[in-house]
Structure formats: structure tokens, C-alpha cells
Ligand binder design. Structure first.
Ligand SMILES: O=C(O)CCC(=O)C(=O)O
Ligand SMILES: [Fe+2]
Length: 264
């Protein structure tokens, strides 16, 4: 690990994305604060997109596929409320996933994940002092695969931010849709009325366009979001870089069982 941007050479398009530049950081931060999401198209250079995609296709047969019916809070139902209540309504999510231990040691994804220059950029725009890898061997870097018909149903994330890289776009569908600031999880404002309108398709949603090579930083804890069903020939391949704001944190055992089918 070095403190320079050299580790990012051949991975990040540093001309278009000058990660250490204060003006660039300010612009990214204001977009994230305004929209709840920041998209940086052309974040990865073409060579890195190609090698990450090839690694992804090579390891696709290892992916653990899940198809779950779940509520939008990814929590056990509330037995006090009826099944038709937004708290308990069910959506479907289906996707395949490979875990950190299945990503090659020399992968550009790993170099990016651990690069100080990238981590400093994230801290600056997220207003946090540091980022840390997960303590368990599975959760830090994941590759998600969605084939025709697969989707992620509406949900709120438990973590306050997520970082994704689009590696291969599907032919059609697989669109990321969201509604900003529907709830406030920290002060318990659930806003079930607006939540229900979103589930009923009665509220306009925003979408994030992402071409291969785009980085997306998304605050998904209070902004409900989904990925529409993939259509057409190409698998949607997405890298997820997950960090904690404190050291020594593992993803919960129940989440690891659900997402990966194993603990380590
Ligand atoms: O696939 C995506 O673009 C978003 C993934 C997501 O929302 C999640 O993993 O919680
Ligand atoms: Fe999410």
C-alpha cells in the first residue's frame, strides 16, 4: 500500500477522476449530499473493466444463487401488523454472488479497495475519518451476477453507504431505481405512507444510469431502492466494495447465511 495515486495507475482514470483534487472532491460531495447518490461514469479504465469482467466470468460458476421473498427492511416481520402493511409486504430478490475469498489476490478490485488514495477520497466525501475492511473473510469485496429475470426488490440497506462498480451492463433492464430520504432510520421516522406509495408504483422514482466502468456511491439506509429485472443476453455483473467505519466488524451470521450460504 502506498500513499500515492500510483497504485491506481491502470485501474482508475485519474485524469477524469482526480481523487486528491479538492475541487473534484467538493463537487462529488455536493452531488452526493444533494442526490443521495454519486455516479462517476468512466471511473475505471477500459483495461481494468476487461480484466475484472474476465475474472468475473471465469469465477461465475462459483456464485451462490439466492432467490428470496423478503420485506423491504430485510428484517423478520412484525407480527403485530398485517401482511399487507408495508412493514411486512414481500418483494423478491434473486442474484448470484461470489465473495472476497473467491476474488483473486492480484485482482484490480483488491488493489482499488485497499489503495490509500481511494480510501482517502471516500472518507473526504462521506465525511468519515476512516474506512476498514470487514473482519470476516467473505464480505469486503463481492461480485454480484444477475441473469435474465433476476432482480433486487425494493429495500433499505442497513449500512449507511455502499460503493459499487458496474462491470458488465445487461442488454436491457437491471436499472437501479430509488426514492431519496423516504425514512429516517436513526430517529425512527418510518414514513409508511410514502413507503406504501413507492411499493404501489404511485411515486416518481429516480434512476441511475451506469455504463461499464461507472462507480456509484449510494446512501441506501434511508433511500428505498431496487434493481429492475434483467432482460436480454448479458449477465449484469456488479462489484460491491463494502467498508466499515470501525475496525473489527463482521457481517452478521444471519446476513452471511442469507447472502453467501456459508459463514466463512
Ligand atoms: O445492484 C445494485 O446496483 C445495488 C445493490 C444493492 O442495492 C444492495 O446490494 O443492497
Ligand atoms: Fe441495497
Amino acid at each position: 500500500m502506498t500513499d500515492t495515486t500510483e497504485t491506481l495507475y491502470g485501474i482508475v482514470d485519474c485524469k477524469r477522476n482526480p481523487l486528491a483534487d479538492l475541487g473534484f472532491r467538493a463537487q462529488c460531495k455536493s452531488e452526493l449530499d444533494r442526490d443521495g447518490a454519486l455516479t462517476l461514469e468512466n471511473f475505471l479504465v477500459d483495461g481494468a473493466i476487461d480484466t475484472i469482467r474476465d475474472e468475473g466470468l471465469e469465477h461465475q460458476h462459483l456464485a451462490y444463487f439466492t432467490s428470496d421473498s423478503h420485506n423491504i427492511y430485510l428484517k423478520p416481520d412484525d407480527p403485530e401488523l398485517p401482511p399487507t402493511h408495508p412493514r411486512n409486504r414481500k418483494v423478491t430478490s434473486s442474484k448470484g454472488c461470489i465473495t472476497d475469498d473467491q476474488i483473486p489476490q492480484g485482482s484490480a478490485l483488491r488493489a482499488l479497495y485497499y489503495a490509500r488514495a481511494f480510501q482517502d477520497f471516500l472518507c473526504a466525501i462521506l465525511d468519515i475519518t476512516d474506512v476498514y475492511e470487514y473482519a470476516d473473510p467473505l464480505s469486503s469485496i463481492n461480485l454480484h451476477y444477475a441473469d435474465e429475470g433476476q432482480e433486487l426488490g425494493w429495500h433499505f440497506d442497513n449500512s449507511s453507504f455502499a460503493i459499487t462498480l458496474m462491470i458488465q451492463r445487461p442488454e436491457r433492464g437491471g436499472t437501479f431505481e430509488y426514492v431519496k430520504d423516504v425514512r429516517n432510520a436513526d430517529n425512527g421516522e418510518m414514513n409508511y405512507q410514502l413507503t406504501e406509495q413507492v411499493l404501489n408504483g404511485k411515486t416518481p422514482t429516480k434512476t441511475l444510469a451506469m455504463d461499464a466502468g461507472a462507480l456509484v456511491l449510494f446512501r441506501g439506509r434511508n433511500s428505498i431502492h431496487r434493481v429492475t429485472p434483467v432482460a436480454g443476453g448479458h449477465t449484469r455483473i456488479l462489484a460491491v466494495l463494502a467498508y466499515n467505519t470501525k475496525p473489527g466488524v463482521s457481517l452478521s451470521e444471519s446476513a452471511r447465511r442469507t447472502f453467501y450460504g456459508r459463514l466463512g
